[in-house]
Design a protein. Structure first.
Length: 335
């Protein structure tokens, strides 16, 4: 009787969740909400036969500093040619899986432009984003990951996070549950709008103070180029090359006050830059490493990211011009 009652309760619960499914939040299966939105975008693009001429990847530095639509304008390309799928909060180990397993199979880019900085390679930080990536339901590896994804046929399992979160249930009841799949045009998919919420000068000051702590005490804490991070960089570049994809490494611009946040100061950044530039050259990929201090400090909103206008109107055109000047560019894009 107990077993019968147990299965009856489960059956009723399963049916109830299926009835309410349309009001529940879209289950977060990937590394972050932003990554899931981009996955949805790329699936739509692939379903419509859209491929990418140039795909930009990296951390939020690339996310905030490169305007894919402006790249298309500068190159006089159709408006579904360039994509920015950078993942805020990532490192090279995350980009490796993200790019090779999710992005390349969907967008099939001819060129990958990978924007990097020291925070991409730091193994000394207290947290490691790859752990979060590997723990996500859609990207969890091994037998347990496969079994867990298999359970998604059950609505109870698929929506398990929302069902145990009172806030999410409240949002569902109010009709404001989170949805990552958005209605938008093809040209707006797998790109980012360079904009920020409006803030008062006092709010900006507080935000920048908090960002200082994040960069110094997490992203760059105990900075050292990690073996896993460096190996991921090498393996990713090699994997792209084997698929005939041209790779460009860009060392992203930073403000002057980013440099002393490294434990050993600016010299540590300079040493890293030399090391990574040499690594990239040994991998036989193009490197753009002279834009690090190409933007004035006033162009930066915080310790890493440009304001939208200088990102769109100054840095993106500068980067595009450098890409066009690469010796193989005209062969890759003859018209």
């Amino acid at each position: 009787m107990f077993v019968v009652a147990m299965f009856a309760v489960i059956g009723v619960a399963e049916a109830g969740v299926r009835v309410a499914e349309s009001r529940l939040p879209e289950p977060l299966r990937y590394f972050s909400g932003q990554s899931q939105s981009v996955i949805n975008d790329m699936d739509v693009l692939a379903a419509n036969g859209v491929t990418s001429r140039v795909t930009f990847v990296g951390t939020s530095m690339v996310r905030r500093d490169v305007d894919a639509a402006r790249v298309e304008k500068e190159l006089k390309w159709p408006d579904t040619s360039a994509h920015n799928v950078a993942l805020p909060g990532s490192q090279t180990t995350v980009v490796q899986r993200w790019l090779l397993e999710e992005v390349v199979p969907r967008l099939k880019p001819r060129v990958v432009v990978w924007g990097i900085s020291t925070l991409d390679f730091n193994s000394g930080r207290p947290d490691h984003p790859i752990d979060q990536y590997n723990a996500a339901r859609a990207s969890q590896q091994g037998l347990f990951g496969s079994l867990d994804r298999g359970l998604e046929t059950s609505a109870l399992s698929e929506h398990r996070d929302a069902l145990r979160d009172p806030f999410e249930l409240k949002s569902a009841a109010q009709g404001t549950a989170t949805k990552y799949l958005q209605q938008k045009s093809l040209k707006a998919r797998a790109t980012w709008r360079l904009e920020y919420d409006s803030k008062t000068p006092e709010q900006l000051k507080k935000m920048k103070a908090n960002h200082l702590l994040t960069v110094r005490d997490k992203q760059l804490k105990d900075f050292q180029v990690g073996d896993a991070e460096l190996q991921a960089f090498r393996e990713t570049v090699a994997a792209l090359q084997r698929q005939g994809i041209n790779v460009v490494i860009v060392i992203m611009p930073v403000p002057s006050d980013y440099l002393p946040l490294h434990p050993k100061g600016e010299a540590q950044f300079v040493q890293w830059q030399r090391q990574i530039t040499q690594e990239a050259k040994q991998l036989n990929v193009s490197v753009i490493d002279d834009l690090v201090r190409s933007m004035p400090d006033s162009a930066f909103r915080d310790y890493e990211h440009l304001w939208p206008e200088p990102a769109r109107e100054v840095f993106t055109p500068k980067l595009t011009a450098r890409l066009k000047s690469l010796p193989w560019w005209s062969t890759a894009f003859p018209s």
